[in-house]
Design a protein around this ligand. Structure first.
Ligand code: TXA
Ligand code: MG
Length: 315
């Protein structure tokens, strides 16, 4: 069953039903070495999943649950290796979306749920995205409109030291303030030893090749215009731009990622825009980078993934 959360839509199965879990992997085309996040509605459910809740973990659950933060815990042996992809840890989060909360409360059993997209496609932030990817392949889809945050939860591991494995709407700054210590961010480009197994796959990707331009905003505008001038008229190039620069591009298709100083807006629009590029049958997507601060760090991370590492640094 597909349900909305405050981050993206999830495809859920009861955490200890191995047949249903295997179906999730099959329906998404997801590699079996990529573990799932388990969703709960009440902290009392933690004891059925994890062998220990450290004081740091408790501090974070108090500060950020319910909300878009996933915490890695040592798992109890009864948690299936299908959920954890054979790891001895389990990822748990408590969503704040009222529909997700109601569903989890009614089920009253933890629910494992990856994002409800086909593997490799941008995560679904609207019911229509889920229909595009999974219609006819799942029993139920609950459509509750757009997901407010629009990017997947922050994933943090705490042992031996706090490291953000996947940046999200709960920012490094917020986590450092709650924990009272420095929090590192795993290098997403480390393909050899990815921290969250899911981060090694080319994720969040539109069909057309995307090129990401990072650096001084004025120079980025100039460089993108330079590329547009070189492009052939038969190509359908789509620019993803900040609101401020929308009118600066010499191009037919310019999509609005939101104001430069509002990465939250960019987060909420990003996946919808990438899917729209596919509908336009874009031949190439040129994307303005965002400042990697606050939620901007998470947006920058997803943009890099969408570009599959094709990044132009202008300075
Ligand atoms: O916002 C979200 O987290 C959404 C909604 C539906 O809750 N879910 C989601 O799930 O994004 P998924 O499966 O698309 O991404 C789960 C991420 C993957 O990068 C996976 O590798 C990582 O969490 N993960 C899961 N269990 C882990 C573990 N034990 N250790 C390290 N990383 C883990
Ligand atoms: Mg996913």
């Amino acid at each position: 069953m597909v349900f909305p959360t405050e981050t993206v839509y999830g495809l859920g199965a009861v955490f200890n039903d191995e047949n249903a879990l295997l179906k999730i992997f099959a329906v998404k085309g997801r590699p079996s070495d990529n573990p799932l996040i388990v969703h709960i509605w009440d902290v009392k459910q933690l004891s059925s999943l994890v062998s220990q809740v450290s004081s740091k973990a408790e501090c974070l659950t108090k500060a950020f649950w319910p909300g878009p933060l996933t915490i890695i815990f040592p798992k109890r042996s009864l948690v299936s290796g299908v959920v954890t992809a054979g790891l001895d840890t389990v990822a748990v989060r408590m969503p704040s979306h009222p529909v997700a909360q109601a569903l989890l409360r009614l089920t009253d059993v933890p629910v494992a749920a990856p994002s409800a997209n086909l593997s490799g496609r941008p995560s679904p932030t609207k019911g229509s995205h889920v229909v595009e990817d999974l219609f006819g392949k799942v029993e139920y889809i609950i459509d509750a409109g757009p997901c407010p945050a629009g990017i997947e939860s922050t994933v943090i591991k705490l042992e031996p030291d706090p490291v953000i494995l996947r940046p999200g709407s709960v920012t490094k700054e917020m986590l450092e303030q709650a924990l009272g210590e420095r929090v590192a961010v795993a290098n997403p480009d480390n393909q050899e030893h990815p921290q969250a197994p899911g981060m090694k796959y080319r994720h969040y990707a539109p069909q057309a090749p995307a090129l990401l331009f990072e650096g001084d905003p004025e120079k980025v505008v100039a460089e993108i215009n330079h590329r547009l001038d070189q492009g052939k008229s038969s190509e359908r190039i789509v620019v993803i731009s900040s609101s401020e620069h929308l009118t600066r591009y010499r191009n037919e298709w310019v999509l609005d990622l939101g104001p430069l100083e509002s990465p939250e807006v960019a987060a909420s629009r990003l996946y919808d825009l990438l899917r729209f590029c596919d509908q336009l049958a874009a031949s190439q997507i040129l994307i303005e980078g965002v400042k990697p601060q606050g939620v901007g760090l998470a947006v920058a991370n997803r943009l890099r993934k969408a570009a599959g590492g094709c990044i132009v640094r202008v300075s």
